[in-house]
Design a binder for this molecule. Structure first.
Ligand code: ADP
Ligand code: MG
Length: 633
């Protein structure tokens, strides 16, 4: 047993040695102490606060391996790479690894070499895992993004329910739960569903002192974004709603000579996404225009601004997204641009994507019937889903269909993959059987054998584009031929450009009809409720923006931030010499519009600037060049 003082020293030494930091942030140390003392612990800290360190550091100090449950493979990979680069032994298990690799990882855990093992919650029911874990000395269990256990949240992951049983089977192992999004209701749910015994709770105010929040009602948003970017040669994110918006805005800005912008959305290939994210990560003035596909796992500390080109669907989403700015603690800006027309449109869009019960069932039954899945059956295959087909049959909107498919995906009833990926091909016959096929088919298969090697023995990923340029045949023709061969049962072909779906649970009409429909209905209601709350937040002119957000997260009686758009407007004393001087200073360098002035003056409200300008115009110090631009007289 080491003394308290030695432990104290050891903590700091470890922090310095592996992370290079001199100090813990606010509550990190207290949390780490609780974990080291084997207490069940619940941590509620905002995004970017440094929650990972709260399990990573104790994992190093304690004997054995810490088991970390995380919802996303991308997050696990990110963290493990990070840890490895710091010289720390950490691993993750994913279905991508084959058994051999997994065995190697288990062995290193058994030998006490690997200090952290990241897994997804599904793994907790895997036989091989459960057998191996019995021989591994576990130090403690860390449940990251613990709010995923909450049934009503949009991040709900049914597999998080597996944790409870796992804990009951390992009653001596303490548990640390961490989350950034939780209302008091969700916190209670986490405590109960994770079986936290008399947990020590660490909860810090969600207030971010260094983020200045501005909401602006505006019709010409392109122009506004351009104005903001023109003067900020810094890193930022612009969130848009659709892929098309991301592309159009990026094109507009580039046309206007802003070359440090690019767009990012789920329609890009993994390679493109990685490249763009890397450029952005390593730059201090790159701006990504993105749908909400971009976000998870961002670990960049000098994001200086986040612009919401359109409102997020809920305050949770919104705050999470703007929370990606200013992780270094320096002043950062969040702009939300909105207008009434757009809000009405979103009301409509939201309403239109919610099917009634019979529509809900129609979509699901269609899926089971086109792929010929009988009651209680669970096919192994991955099917290709043609969305036009569902639309034609059900006569329902794409939005409703998507909503239901996403629901089924989130509930782990199906695995629905919309991402474009490489296609794959495997030959389903022996090579020597090819000769017996009709000549046309035999010829084409031979051609494929020569161009894509390996397909006789396993599934091979390939791109039709490359095959097309190699053999000089049109892409569409290649796809057509492969589909024909697939129908004849000669090959297994998956077209990467189509969505794919795999069933994860046996078909069960009764459950879909009752429990799942109820859950679906509930989630839709809660979506609407959240949007209503967001709308109030956007349109309100009276309350401090930060205060409204904190109230939403259950923090009562918090004080005004003094620096958001509402607080700025309520400061009456700004009108005066000070800002007039600043205005003349700026105009001395270059004639400017009010928008440009506003940005350079740390976003003072336009009314304020206008008042000062009128004063300067009246006193003859400033003149107007045209109806928008002002200059020194
Ligand atoms: P969270 O999970 O709470 O969103 P992370 O664990 O991802 O936050 O940490 C956010 C950032 O803060 C990371 O870049 C991390 O390296 C950094 N960080 C964590 N603890 C400290 C510390 N004590 N000193 C300096 N930086 C820290
Ligand atoms: Mg985290």
């Amino acid at each position: 047993m080491i003394s308290q003082q030695d432990l104290q020293e050891l903590k700091f030494k470890t922090l310095k040695h592996f992370w290079g930091y001199d100090n813990f942030r606010d509550s990190q140390e207290a949390i780490i102490d609780a974990v080291i003392n084997e207490k069940d612990t619940l941590v509620l800290l905002p995004t970017g606060a440094g929650k990972s360190l709260c399990y990573q550091l104790p994992a190093l100090l304690k004997e054995g391996t810490c088991l970390i449950i995380s919802p996303l493979l991308a997050l696990m990979k990110d963290q493990v790479n990070h840890l490895k680069s710091r010289g720390i032994e950490a691993e993750y298990l994913s279905s991508e690894l084959d058994e051999y690799d997994a065995e190697g990882i288990y062995d290193r855990c058994k030998d006490g070499l690997t200090k952290m093992l990241y897994i997804s919650p599904e793994r907790l029911t895997n036989k091989q895992f459960l057998q191996n874990i019995e021989e591994i000395q576990m130090s403690f269990i860390a449940v990251d993004e613990a709010h995923c256990i909450s049934e009503w949240g949009q991040d709900f992951r049914p597999s998080y329910q597996n944790i409870k049983d796992f804990r009951l089977n390992h009653p001596k192992i303490p548990c640390l739960a961490l989350t950034a999004t939780a209302t008091s209701k969700v916190l209670e749910e986490i405590k109960i569903k994770l079986e936290l015994k008399d947990p020590q709770v660490f909860q810090k105010s969600f207030r971010r002192e260094n983020i200045r929040i501005f909401t602006e009602e505006i019709s010409d948003k392109f122009q506004r974004v351009f104005d903001i970017l023109k003067f900020t040669n810094e890193s930022g994110i612009i969130y848009v709603r659709t892929r098309k918006e991301a592309e159009q805005l990026s094109e507009y800005l580039r046309k206007n000579k802003l070359n440090n912008v690019d767009f990012f959305h789920a329609g890009l290939t993994t390679k493109e996404k990685n490249t763009r994210q890397n450029i952005w990560n390593n730059s201090d003035n790159n701006v990504l225009i993105s749908t909400n596909a971009f976000g998870m796992g961002i670990d960049k500390d000098n994001v200086r601004f986040v612009i919401h080109y359109s409102p997020a669907p809920s305050i949770e989403n919104y705050y999470q997204e703007i929370g990606r700015s200013g992780r270094d603690g320096k002043e950062s800006f969040a702009f939300l641009l909105w207008n009434k027309q757009e809000i009405l449109n979103f009301d409509q869009i939201l309403k239109n994507q919610i099917p009634n019960k019979s529509e809900f069932l129609k979509i699901i039954n269609y899926l089971y019937s086109i792929f010929q899945v009988a009651e209680f059956e669970l096919p192994e295959k991955v099917f290709q889903l043609n969305s036009v087909g569902i639309q034609n049959f059900t006569k329902l909107s794409n939005a409703k269909i998507k909503n239901v498919l996403n629901f089924l995906h989130n509930q782990e009833i199906i695995y629905f993959n919309e991402n474009k990926s490489l296609s794959s091909l495997q030959l389903l016959m022996q090579a020597d059987e090819i000769d017996q096929l009709p000549q046309k088919d035999a010829y084409f298969i031979e051609l494929m054998l020569r161009t894509i090697s390996g397909i006789t023995t396993h599934k091979v990923m390939f791109s039709e584009q490359q095959v097309s340029s190699k053999i000089g045949v049109d892409i569409h023709l290649i796809k057509e031929r492969l589909k024909e061969l697939q129908q004849k049962g000669y090959v297994e072909y998956i077209d990467g450009a189509l969505s794919s779906i795999k069933f994860l649970k046996p078909r069960d009409e009764r459950v879909i009809n009752s429990a799942y429909w109820k859950l679906f209905e509930h989630i839709q209601k809660s979506k609407i409720q959240k949007w209503e709350e967001m709308k109030f937040y956007i349109e309100d002119h009276q309350y401090c923006k930060m205060k409204l957000i904190l109230a939403y997260f259950g923090e009562k009686n918090s004080k005004n931030c003094g620096q958001c758009s509402v607080c700025e407007k309520n400061k009456h004393s700004i009108f005066g010499k000070n800002i007039s001087d600043q205005i003349t200073n700026i105009l001395g360098k270059k004639p400017s519009t009010i928008e440009e002035l506003s940005i350079q003056l740390s976003y003072h409200s336009k009314e304020n600037i206008l008042e000062n300008l009128i004063f300067l115009l009246d006193s003859g110090k400033v003149k107007m060049l045209n109806f928008r631009t002002y200059a020194l007289a």
